[in-house]
Ligand binder design. Structure first.
Ligand SMILES: [Zn+2]
Length: 203
């Protein structure tokens, strides 16, 4: 089974692969409210079209940015949904009450999704063209409301990370956004801590 990863670059310059685990979680990586604005990747409608080509919507069938039609208003709606879901998802991982306003934004956006159709010649599954911004909004919203209902949203165990993901591992024990990033930093810290305590223990 293919895993759909995003390559993220942190403010310290390190790039690493991150599998958010679902489409709505993937959308969270494109930016967000408040301090997450520095990560904003969706400035213009074309940015969303380009971003989608690498998203897990392409797991069903590949498409190009030219197959996507996004208006300014649709881009605003997608970013509003994303930012609302940040608030809901963060409340979920904290075990706090979910923000009612955020849930309203999710619930109001589930109407339309990209339409799967079969190619009559090849029988391959594909998306009806064009894929619209409203359909993208609906795909993210449907995934988000399912996550709210079923749970499974986790935060990376690194205190200074903040990335959220769906744990899709069979064992259900995923701790890190990425082994390359926070998993490795944890190993290095644990190793250092052992070496710092060993000489003390020998005295
Ligand atoms: Zn992390």
């Amino acid at each position: 089974m293919a895993t759909w990863t995003r390559t993220l670059t942190r403010p310290d310059g390190q790039s690493f692969r991150f599998d958010p685990g679902s489409f709505a979680m993937e959308l969270l990586v494109s930016g967000g409210p408040g301090e997450l604005r520095v990560f904003e990747a969706l400035h213009r409608p074309d940015d969303l079209a380009a971003w989608l080509v690498d998203s897990r919507l392409a797991a069903t069938a590949p498409f190009t940015a030219a197959d996507v039609r996004v208006t300014e208003a649709e881009l605003v709606a997608v970013k509003r949904l994303r930012d609302a879901f940040w608030g809901v998802a963060r409340a979920m991982v904290r075990g706090a009450d979910l923000p009612a306003e955020g849930l309203e934004v999710l619930n109001a956006a589930t109407a339309e999704t990209p339409r799967p159709v079969v190619d009559p010649r090849t029988r391959a599954l594909t998306w009806a063209r064009p894929i619209t911004g409203t359909q993208v909004l609906g795909a993210a919203a449907r995934d988000a409301v399912e996550l709210v209902a079923h749970g499974g949203v986790r935060a990376c165990s690194a205190a200074d990370c903040g990335l959220l993901f769906v744990d899709a591992s069979r064992a259900g024990n995923r701790r890190w956004c990425s082994m390359e990033r926070c998993g490795n930093r944890h190993k290095v810290r644990a190793h250092r801590a052992r070496h710092e305590t060993e000489p003390a223990a020998a005295q």
